[in-house]
Design a protein around this ligand. Structure first.
Ligand code: HEC
Length: 111
């Protein structure tokens, strides 16, 4: 009995360390994590290795968000925009619209 109690926490620690980011901790949708996070990051700021290399946009920038409309976001996700890949063949229209809404939700209020 005592031995089992002692061993369990050590095993839990092993599992926790070094594992991939825990999905449950992310506020992002599954589609965002699957298709967008690699460049834009779960926080949308684009501070990932890929994001920096390709100069992914900081999606949380409220000032930038103010300058574009929803149709532009949908179009950019569907057809791509500069280094931003097109997702029109990978995702359905409702999925792209949901992602566009998610992009909107990332914008911080200007401080
Ligand atoms: C391969 C890296 C990469 C991936 C994956 C990626 N993006 Fe981008 N994204 C970029 C880059 C680079 C830009 C900046 C391009 C530009 O100048 O508009 C960008 C720009 C954008 C923009 C702004 C486009 C505009 O019209 O100004 C939006 C919105 C966006 N991404 C959303 C997404 C969403 C949603 C996903 C997932 C479906 C995604 N991105 C996946 C690299 C990526």
């Amino acid at each position: 009995m005592k031995k089992i109690l002692f061993v369990l926490p050590a095993g839990a620690l092993l599992l926790g360390g070094g594992a991939a980011p825990v999905r449950a901790e992310s506020a992002r949708s599954e589609n965002f994590q699957t298709h967008c996070s690699v460049c834009h990051g779960d926080d949308g700021k684009g501070q990932t290795e890929q994001g920096r290399k390709k100069k992914a946009r900081d999606l949380t920038n409220a000032k930038w968000q103010d300058t574009i409309d929803d149709a532009r976001i949908v179009r950019s996700i569907t057809k791509g925009h500069d280094e931003m890949p097109a997702f029109g063949k990978k995702l359905t229209e409702p999925e792209i619209k949901a992602l566009a809404a998610e992009v909107r939700s990332l914008a911080k209020k200007p401080s």
